[in-house]
Design a protein around this ligand. Sequence first.
Ligand SMILES: Nc1ncnc2c1ncn2[C@@H]1O[C@H](COP(=O)(O)OP(=O)(O)OP(=O)(O)O)[C@@H](O)[C@H]1O
Ligand SMILES: [Mg+2]
Length: 160
Amino acid sequence: MTEKDIKNIQELFNFNKSFEFEFISNNEEDTKKLGKEFAKYISIGKIITLNGELGSGKTVFLMGLASYFNLENEVCSPTFTIVNEYNTKDFPIYHFDVYRLKNSDEFLEGVGTDYFYNGACIIEWGDEVIEDILPKDTIHINITKSDTNPTVRTFRIWRK
Ligand SMILES: Nc1ncnc2c1ncn2[C@@H]1O[C@H](COP(=O)(O)OP(=O)(O)OP(=O)(O)O)[C@@H](O)[C@H]1O
Ligand SMILES: [Mg+2]
């Protein structure tokens, strides 16, 4: 995590203009540090989507984020529930994995958007499944794996 990365994250959460940057993670630890840095800026109403193939590091990012609140041990993939709740001192974090939902209609029927206003939402596979109902201020993270190095990931992080 460089000074530049820290600046970029600050800029990203400064919601007055669109913004995009890249972060290279060389290993699991880098991804956790990225998540932990993001944790400083989240609050009720913030929405972050995590997108990228199986095993790209979406849940690892969230573990790093949760570690800022000493909640890393509670993080697990919400496989049967769609959403897990982790409680910080000040607000709940809602951890979604919408991989098994067909589309946003299914999300609206089964889950609903109240979560978006009641806590900070981190949504694995959000862009693939419920992109059409995400608020404009949503922060999007696209993770790609390196073809050559098994522990390298590129994070493209952007906001409209
Ligand atoms: N740079 C890296 N960042 C994150 N994880 C890494 C990295 N390098 C290797 N890994 C490994 O890749 C795996 C990422 O798993 P993780 O559960 O976070 O993926 P995921 O994107 O949530 O997958 P799924 O779509 O199945 O939920 C872990 O086993 C982790 O150790
Ligand atoms: Mg996951």
